[in-house]
Design a protein around this ligand. Structure first.
Ligand SMILES: CCCCCCCCCCC/C=C/C(=O)SCCNC(=O)CCNC(=O)[C@H](O)C(C)(C)COP(=O)(O)OP(=O)(O)OC[C@H]1O[C@@H](n2cnc3c(N)ncnc32)[C@H](O)[C@@H]1OP(=O)(O)O
Length: 312
């Protein structure tokens, strides 16, 4: 198996914004329309579309089908900066509160990069208060995605290292562009940092313990075909079919009655989400003290330098 690495080195029912069952779920489900036919592109008729956007997040809601497409837009590499994460949470809450929205396709506005992961500049050379705020936002985005009532499909249209991979892992289904130049994986160890327990839990739940041990320790980044083999993604398709495949997979998922699917998702994911929720503050303090260490700051500095100087 060809492995590539960049070398160089709420649940709690009622909890704000992360509860798995929004009030009225059962009532709404009983009257919900089934999705019989989905358009093959995002060219929805104007009347049924409701786009909204912020600086770094573009959202297009197809109200007649109940599906939103959310695009990350943070050039040049869609890094998950504090600003992007904050805007993500605001947009996500808007979708969660939109009764017509049952599913979200998460993708990137950039053609080659789904997301370069957490913005390293938010973890380097800042003060403890900044690190704490940043990490809280990372936790919040993961909790929102992982515990969402909506069907979440990641349309991975480019490379997806570290935090980008985490966002995909938190989705219900992953479709990746079949281009061997793209990679996906939790490569934290290559930066001299450590994926926290909840990144690890999400990976183990997806690809199993042994494959996770191997992938995490070596910081492996998998090309699409290998990611498919180990179950890190569910499907690989030609680059120009990622969005249309996501729409047709979504239509299949939305045939399942919402209440049954949501309760099943809760049953599967609640223990993992609860583990973070129970020690959220301690996890923030762990992050702050880990990332503030001189040795870790030095590793991040070296990695940023490597990224800037490497041959393209
Ligand atoms: C005991 C346990 C305690 C645990 C406590 C917690 C510990 C901390 C846990 C932290 C978890 C971290 C998760 C992460 O997500 S870290 C980020 C990891 N990401 C990467 O390694 C990806 C790096 N980037 C790339 O590989 C490439 O950029 C990419 C393939 C995405 C695109 O390549 P391309 O050639 O198109 O673009 P460039 O490399 O030229 O990049 C353009 C500019 O963007 C800058 N860049 C890239 N990635 C990042 C990033 N993640 N953050 C910030 N900036 C980034 C890059 O430097 C270039 O900048 P310049 O234009 O200035 O040169």
């Amino acid at each position: 198996m060809a492995l590539r690495a960049v070398s160089a080195l709420t649940w709690g029912l009622g909890g704000p914004g992360v509860g798995p069952l929004r009030s009225g779920t059962f009532l709404r489900c009983a009257t919900q329309h089934r999705l019989e036919k989905m358009p093959s592109s995002i060219g929805f008729p104007e009347a049924s579309r409701r786009p909204f956007s912020s600086h770094r997040i573009l959202v297009d809601v197809d109200q007649s089908h109940g599906v939103a497409t959310m695009k990350l837009k943070n050039p040049p590499v869609n890094s998950l900066s504090l600003e992007l994460l904050t805007e993500f949470v605001i947009s996500w809450e808007k979708l969660e509160n939109d009764k017509s929205c049952r599913g979200v396709i998460l993708t990137s506005n950039s053609p080659k990069i789904f997301s370069a992961g957490l913005d390293i500049t938010d973890m380097y050379g800042k003060n403890a208060a900044h690190y704490a705020e940043f990490w809280k936002a990372v936790q919040e985005v993961w909790l929102k995605l992982y515990t969402s009532n909506m069907v979440v499909i990641a349309a991975i249209n480019g490379s997806s290292p570290a935090g980008g991979c985490l966002m995909s892992l938190a989705s219900d289904y992953r479709i990746m562009a079949d281009n061997p130049k793209y990679t996906i994986g939790l490569n934290e160890t290559l930066l001299g940092i450590v994926a926290p327990f909840w990144f690890k839990d999400n990976l183990v739940n997806t690809i199993g313990n042994r494959a996770s041990e191997h992938a995490l320790q070596r910081g492996l980044l998998f090309p699409p075909a290998d990611a498919l083999k180990i179950g890190l993604v569910d499907q690989i398709v030609p680059e120009d079919k990622v969005q249309s495949t996501a729409l047709s997979v979504m239509s299949e998922w939305l045939k399942i009655p919402d209440h049954a699917r949501q309760l099943t998702k809760t049953m599967m994911r609640k223990p993992t989400a609860d583990r973070l929720l129970k020690q959220r503050e301690a996890d923030i303090q762990n992050f702050v003290s880990f990332i503030s260490k001189d040795s870790i700051q030095k590793s991040l500095h070296m990695y940023l330098k490597f990224l800037k100087e490497r041959e393209k």
